[in-house]
Design a protein around this ligand. Sequence first.
Ligand code: AMP
Length: 232
Amino acid sequence: RGAAGLLVQPLLRAVIMGPPGSGKGTVSSRILKHFALKHLSSGDLLRDNMQRRTVVGVIAKTYIDQGQLIPDDIMTRLMLARLKSPVKCKFIFLKGFPRTVPQAEALDETCQIDTVINLDVPFETIKQRLTARWIHPSSGRVYNLEFSPPKVVGTDDITGEPLLQRDDDKPETVTKRLKAYEAQTKPVLDYYKKKGVLESFSGTETNKIWPQVHAFLQTKLPEVSQQEAASH
Ligand code: AMP
């Protein structure tokens, strides 16, 4: 019960943020298993539009192919259309949106965010994770230095030929992506910090971050059975 003695309805309008490689995907799917929230992922929504070749999808593809963000007006229209009614804005869990301050402002006008879960993983850890993949080009064999390393560093187990890193997995590319994330997202984190809704969870392992996120969300929402969660 709230201060006035009225029954307080639990509500959760949450956003998850974190750099590429921070474990956002894993933490998100665990959240959705435990809590009845309506999940909206901007990346999934864009990929769906691209697959169906909608007008938005065709436009989005030109930006994504160049590694650029979709313009704010297109992105906000796409996302906010799904949150306009008061019912739809009650238990939401957003991923990938907002990515800029104008998007965060537009979102607040439609549906006020009350919780931002920020995965704060050191860049060094992320770099180690994202650069761990090495491939043997002619066979397509994939090694991971952390989970499935080759017997001899830098060479394929079967042929003994040298292993290569994909461009995306090279340290300089990963550093670039992390820097771009920081430049874009820091202002968004600051925006939510000022509003007092930013909750940061720090760590180097997803399995240690998740229990903290779980415990925090349990203070906000009742947990549901896995069956119930799957139907949302
Ligand atoms: P993601 O799966 O979240 O990494 O999204 C894939 C791509 O879609 C990104 O690299 C961006 O080009 C674009 N995108 C996703 N969400 C947004 C957003 N909120 N604002 C602008 N572009 C976005």
